[in-house]
Ligand binder design. Structure first.
Ligand code: C5P
Length: 398
């Protein structure tokens, strides 16, 4: 429900700035009040007069405008809105956000705000794909910044690829989602995800094939229902979703510590494929391949069982602890047994036999095991499994 909401809209300097005029108009049609902020570069693309006329409000442009400070200081301006939206968000402004620069009004507001920030990036495809921008995207996602777009397509510069600003309806839908309180609002949901890497020496490690897709989808789905999500992830191939607090780890031991640090939580979902063992005699320097020498022998030690530990922690235990059981045979029997052994409340069991294509694939077929028994879900996209699970969690917490 958008009506009555207040958005602080920061327009930075890119060709897509013209689309922001339409965004202002459509937001106002929805009953949203829009306070516009223009960077100096944005004024090369849209005029302050047209922005202010469409918003029917003063447009803010300069941090040193003392009249503005008298009316409303920049701190207050950054917090008076329900949501801060940056559209378009240029590579330059994203870099400032990622490093915490505050050298103009827009970047200062973004550093000072205590509200959620949604950005609609727009830039040339090469700029989007540049490692520096990709690093900034990961940093911003880790900070909980929400993203909408960019879209793929032909760009004003004549090149083709990702970088076009999302269209107005898409941005409005993202604003709506960011503003809706959701049934998990005020709840802290902790998700573990991805594989772990267990070192053999500083350059070699033991890993598994988990992509982190299901865990990332669950974190996204919980955040979409308004949860405050901590996403503890091993080195996954699927990137973390926007709008969650990301904690990157490598080993099972680090994941255990990160989970302990993230508690208390209302819900924990252990979607990570944690290595059962780590190399006990991992070398501090690279093991050399010496001709004629004996082959290295690895010895193993058991890793902490994060799910079991949290399930059995007594005081401070999350209200709901959910684990996964990846099995290749006797799915329900093994998973039911695992639920008992670990002490978790729910288990999502899935058949990971190679012929199912689930491991590393986009779909999943799960059986939800609770104290009420087994509930079989049909094969569906991992994102749908995540949405259904998030709704079930919301129902359970009430
Ligand atoms: O025992 P198994 O590895 O089959 O259990 C799978 C479930 O336990 C998953 O939810 C997984 O995230 C969790 N787990 C864990 N720590 C481990 C091993 C598994 O949290 N060391």
């Amino acid at each position: 429900m958008l009506s009555g909401k207040h958005v602080l809209l920061i327009i930075s300097g890119g060709i897509a700035a013209f689309k922001s005029l339409d965004l202002i108009r459509r937001l106002r049609d929805e009953g949203v009040s829009v306070t516009p902020v223009l960077t100096h570069a944005a004024e090369e693309f849209v005029t302050p007069l047209s922005v202010s006329a469409l918003a029917a409000r003063k447009v803010y442009r300069d941090i040193f405008d003392l009249t503005d400070e008298a009316e409303m200081g920049h701190i207050e301006l950054s917090r008076a809105a329900d949501l801060v939206v940056v559209a378009p968000a240029t590579a330059d402004l994203m870099a400032k956000m990622a490093t915490g620069l505050a050298n103009d009004l827009a970047s200062t507001l973004l550093l000072a705000t205590d509200k959620r920030v949604l950005i609609a990036p727009a830039m040339n495809v090469r700029m989007w794909q540049h490692p520096a921008t990709q690093r900034n995207i990961a940093t911003l996602a880790g900070d909980g910044v929400l993203f909408v777009g960019p879209d793929e397509g032909e760009m004003a510069c004549g090149e083709f690829g990702p970088g076009r600003m999302a269209e107005t309806p898409q941005i409005i839908a993202a604003i709506d989602a960011a503003l809706s309180a959701g049934p998990l609002a005020g709840r802290h949901v902790l998700v573990t995800s991805g594989p772990t890497h267990e070192p053999i020496d500083p350059v070699r490690y033991i890993a598994n094939r988990s992509s982190g897709a299901q865990g990332a989808a669950i974190a996204r789905a919980a955040a979409a229902l308004g949860a405050d999500v901590t996403f503890v992830t091993g080195p996954a191939t699927v990137p973390p979703p926007a709008g969650v607090r990301v904690v990157q780890v490598e080993t099972a031991t680090q994941m255990m510590t990160a989970v302990e640090d993230a508690l208390p939580a209302d819900v924990m979902i252990a979607a990570a494929a944690v290595a059962d063992w780590r190399v006990d005699n991992a070398a501090g320097s690279k093991i050399k391949k010496t001709k004629g020498a004996a082959l290295p022998k690895l010895s193993f030690v058991e890793n902490p069982d994060i799910l079991a530990k949290v399930s059995q922690m007594g005081k401070g235990r999350p209200e709901l602890v959910i684990g996964f059981a990846a099995e290749t045979d006797d799915l329900v029997a093994h998973a039911t047994d695992k639920r008992q052994r670990k002490g978790c409340d729910w288990i999502l069991a899935n058949d990971v036999s190679p012929e199912t294509g689930i491991m590393g694939g986009t779909e999943n077929a799960v059986v939800l095991i609770t104290d009420a028994g087994a509930e079989t879900w049909p094969m569906m996209e991992k994102s749908k499994v995540a949405d259904r699970l998030a709704r079930k969690i919301a129902d359970r917490l009430g």
